[in-house]
Write a protein that binds this ligand. Sequence first.
Ligand SMILES: [Zn+2]
Length: 403
Amino acid sequence: MRIDRERLRVMIEELGEIGADPEGGISRIAYTPVWEDGILYVEKRMEEAGMQTRRDAIGNLFGIYPGRTDRILLTGSHIDTVPHGGMFDGALGVLAAVEAVHTLRESDIQPEHTILTAVWAEEEGNRVFTGIGSGAFCGQIPEMSELNLEKLHQAGHSMQNVRDSVFDGLDRIDASLELHIEQGAVLEKAGVQIGIVEGIFGLHRYETTVFGTADHAGTTPMDMRDDAMVKAARLICELEELTKKTDPQMVCTTGWLRAEPGMNNIIAEKVTMMVECRGMNEEALRVVRSYIASRYGEGGTHIEDTLILPPVPMSQACREAVRDAASELGFTSMPVFSGAGHDSECLAHAIPDTGMIFVRSRGGKSHCPQEWTDWEDCAAGADVLLHALMKLDIQARGQADKT
Ligand SMILES: [Zn+2]
């Protein structure tokens, strides 16, 4: 059993026209009329595939393909984009799921599990904040700042909508599987088609301040300076080495800094910078934090946590289902990590068996008009999604029988 590659390609291209920007790329921001057009497009395709559809209060769209029991397998992704984003980020996971269900129906296969295909609202976080749709579904009611509440209202929603969207059948979901483009170049570099996602990186973001002493840039000899800018630069370079040495998978970025007083002729007294580390190993992330905190001794640096998200491992059952499906279908596969956040990160907190499949992104590019995944890889990902779901269907049924 294989999905219809041509039908999948046409859907991706047609959805890609909705919100296509004359300046390049696709701008289909959540909760805008053009996003609603995209939702309607997917809803029609779901109906053609044999699904019943429904929306929830926060705007998530669901396609329901009834199984023999009320146990659920969840799949899907998102169709909102960043401004001038690409055609595959999110859309592939949604349309591949629709195509997988269409293939099941054409093959007269009724699974044990009801297959619930979701289009999550606001994954990209351009309107309110990231993951509000999938978060609400699994009961993660966020603490809203004034600003975010206002953004939520501007998007036509309220906290009541968030609360009303908590899914009342979470305990009936046996597994969740999302197909997504890699958004990096690891698979392409390895020449491998399918990525078995081992986990989604945790993220630690620190506002780091390095202190020095302001002085005259002309009259202070080099060996009499306490230059915050030089200390910050040294620290940034040291963090690069420390990161590589501590955990080869971990990444560390200083993407922003500000020097004060910030004048050409004054040695910097203070540098504030944002340091962000991502990885699967929390201990390794903490090594970086304590290095920053202690590098210039007591009072030499100040570190403040601004965002701490724990790493999210993907379930073994899902990883095995993806690995076995890929190998049976004759595709090459390898374990990978996700450095980017996804809806599956929210879902994993409520659904223990959560997994992801990655396919190659050309040049590793995403969130830009150049984002591209070969049609062959899109189809391979959709086939693996279909067959992995069928494996989970049988496996989870076996487990239910035992209990
Ligand atoms: Zn995405």
